[in-house]
Write a protein that binds this ligand. Sequence first.
Ligand SMILES: *Cc1c(COP(=O)(O)O)cnc(C)c1O
Length: 389
Amino acid sequence: MTTKKSPQTALIHTDYQAPEGFAAFPSAIHHASTVLFKNVAAMRSGDWKEKNAYTYGLHGTPTTFTLEARLAEIEDGKYCLLAPSGLAAIAMVDFALLKSGDDVLLPDNVYNPNRELGRWLSADFGVTARYYDPMIGAGIAGLILPNTKLIWTEAPGSVSMEVPDLPAICKAAHDKGVLVALDNTWSAGLALRGFDLGVDIVMQALTKYQSGGSDVLMGAVITRDRELHDRLSLSHMRLGMGVGADDAYLVSRGLPTMRLRFDAHDAAARKLAAWLQSRPEIGLVLHPAFPECPGHEHWKRDFSGAGGLFSVLFDERYTEEQTDRFVDALKLFKIGYSWGGANSLVMPYRIQHMRKNWPNKGILVRFNVGLEDVSDLIADIEQAFGAMR
Ligand SMILES: *Cc1c(COP(=O)(O)O)cnc(C)c1O
């Protein structure tokens, strides 16, 4: 390797070496549980942590090493570990960094299974998990206790869309020696550079934009610091977090087109959000690129794009029965969790029950804008508004 390539080019030109006499663009899918050693000395000298040898399928194959390198490149990180889902990646971080007696802070708008993991750690593992106002910013300093070890952030919250002040949170955390982990799934790592803002760990649900196919579950944990990576590696190994070779290949296959897809999702979502904002049925559009969204000023300062996921609050005159009718009437938007694939999705949330001090009225509905023609999506929503009224 000579000059450093831009991330977009590096996603397409990998360092994978095809076998002699064979050339093609895809990297090979290497299936292995057992990995063979040339002799006893080779077996004894191989160190899975150093990645200087292949030792066992769970500790990596050429297929997973290639994917890890590409994912680290996207985030401008150095090290990457793969997990069987985004949630497994979150659990890997918690089990690496928290032990009985420790304290973890999570934003009150955190991805709900992460909140549930916090509840479990509190109930059964002697860890305290506390929840903070996602707009707290530098004020988080007042919540940090001597036993606080980790602060989770999510930018933005993937249902209610507040964009936190990441540099302020990171500074307050680092002043007290606390690590910051960022769930960077919304931006796919393309529109938000977590490490540059000070976070220590970036987590991605590769299930979303990286895969792009709505057909695979995977997660990643990326770091720049070797000592931190080693702690995470131990948790990865001890919990047995392997990923299947075919799944790793599916995610790899999505990466070269991810930038184009992400930008297309972004443009379509902004068009749709602007149209929704003009509609009397909608009370508030919660899209980080729109000034009404809490933390919009942080999005403007820290992000270079937006992707396809945003929420709306219906005007408060509409009941849940009516907005459920709206969701049921949609034809192109299918009802389902997750995002990042070609198909548009919709999901109503009972946000008032999910959040401590939710200030707004009106039913929350989240849209994932896929890659369909936006005018068809607008027509679909328009006819569903009709069914609701
Ligand atoms: C989907 C998602 C996850 C979890 O990913 P899975 O692969 O579904 O477990 C975590 N965080 C956010 C913000 C997500 O959207």
